[in-house]
Structure formats: structure tokens, C-alpha cells
Design a protein around this ligand. Sequence first.
Ligand SMILES: [Zn+2]
Ligand SMILES: [Zn+2]
Length: 316
Amino acid sequence: MRALALSDSGLIYTPDWPTPVLQTGQVRLKIRRAGICNTDLELIKGYLNFQGVLGHEFAAEVIEGSPEWLGARVVGEINVACGACDLCAEGMRTQCRNRVTVGIKQHDGAFADQLALHSSTLHRIPDSVTDDQAVFVEPLAAAYQITEGIHISPSDEVVLMGAGKLGMLCAQVLKLTGARVKVVVRRERPAKILEQWGIEAVQLADLPSNRAHVVVDCTGTSEGFSASLGLVRPRGTIVLKSTYTGLPQVDLARVVVNEIRLVGSRCGPFDVALRALENGLIDTAPLIEGRYPLSAGLEAIQTAAKPGTLKILLEM
Ligand SMILES: [Zn+2]
Ligand SMILES: [Zn+2]
């Protein structure tokens, strides 16, 4: 089958990747569409030393496996949990001690014609949600993990750093809390989209220091944390959504002195994200900046890696 993968020789496209063999509990997915995410770009740069097929944002159809799922249009969670460890027992499957992660850690991903995936990770896509929208379920769930992790009051002032692929979904989720949301933008395109959504786009230099109740770092860079520390008010909260290869240079004494709460936030609830899309609460169409056939995957990655590019889709 065709696949876009990380190998000893770096990122490759090949029409001859071995078709996956189903393991117990797995179904065979025919991938319909997939999205390129910042994590993919970081993995290509060496994050986690991943090898295998990339891709964890996708819409697919079940073509083999349990009759319960056969023929269903689905999205799949990226964490494949063991179901047996203490954290799984507490319902924290995304933090499973023995998890593997689709397209990220010890599990092939979705930038291919097919993917073998455990059925426990699957969610049905409602008929009214298109494949284009469903590709956003994984990152949208991650955006909803912000409000799973902290309470945001409508009277809070919230600053979001980073109007990229994930940031533009987080901006919409944050707006739904009723809080006053300002998004730090560096480019015109996201600023225009935010304006359409009635969300304020600002420059970092225009924001007062140490005023925001909540700062969300979606910059995807090691500089985002330090900028967030400059914006959050004493006893405020910084939500960290960025994963990257580098290490941040920050004065942690400021966290102590100003009693800042730091909240790491990763994968979120797929059912919530699917319901939000079904109810028309989240707009994904303006975030799609390009589409490529899987066979042009290398070019698609190149485009996605250009600074400021929003979502690039791969069509199988
Ligand atoms: Zn992602
Ligand atoms: Zn587990």
C-alpha cells in the first residue's frame, strides 16, 4: 500500500509499504482523509525518534474486523491503552502507562491507504459531519482538554498565544466559555479568520504585562512559555499545549513568586469534539489551506512546514 513514513533515511513516500496484519481486537481501516499536524513536523525533526507511518488525524472507514464496526465511518483516538494498568483502571486511558500512540510512538499512523487499529479507540462519525470536519476531531478534542483541565469563568481575561493549526481550534473553544479571549497573531490570514468569528486578534506588544487570568500557549515553540509568563497575572494559570524538541529558557522563580499555576494539557475527549462539530459550534472550513493526494505527500509536508500554514489535508 501507499504510505508516508519516517525511516532510517528520513521521511519517505513509498507505494510498497507492507499492508498491516490485524492483531487481536483490531479492525482494518481504509483511510479516507488525514490532516498534517505540528507534531508530525516535530517528529520529522527527530522528536521521540519515531519510525513508521506518520499521521494521527484522520477520517476512515472500517473495512475488516468486528461486525459491530464493519462499514462504519470513524475517527480513532491516538492513544491505544492497555486497559489493565492502574491509570487505565482509574479511567485515565490517555495516560495509560503502557500506551502506544498512533503515528507518534510504537504504532503506525494514518498517512497510508490502510491502518490496523484497536476497536476500543474508535468513534462513529455522525452523518452530518463531513470527512473534512472529522479530520479535526483529534486536535479539537485536544482543544477541549483545556476546559476539561481548568475552569474558565466568563469574567476571566484569556490570552491565547499562537494562532496556528491547534490554536485556531482552541480559540473557538475558549470563546464558547464566554470569557474575553484575545489571540496573539503574527499573520494576516488567522487575524482575518478570527475577526469573522468575532474573536479579538492582537499583537504581543499591545498586551499589558501580567494581566491575564489564563494564558494558553499554543505556539509550538520553546519561546511560548516565557512569553506566557510575561502575560499571566499573579495566581493566574498557564495552560501548556505545545510539544517540541527544544527546552524552554524560563525564569522559574517567577512562577514561584507570582504563584502561577502551570497546567499541562494534551489529548482530550473525542465524544465532546464530535458533538461540537455536529452541533455546528466549531468552524473548520477556513482552516483548510490545501489538499494533496497521498502520492504527493512529501510536497504536502513541505507546504505544511512553511511558517504560518494552517491545515493541510491528505486525500487517499
Ligand atoms: Zn496532532
Ligand atoms: Zn493502561
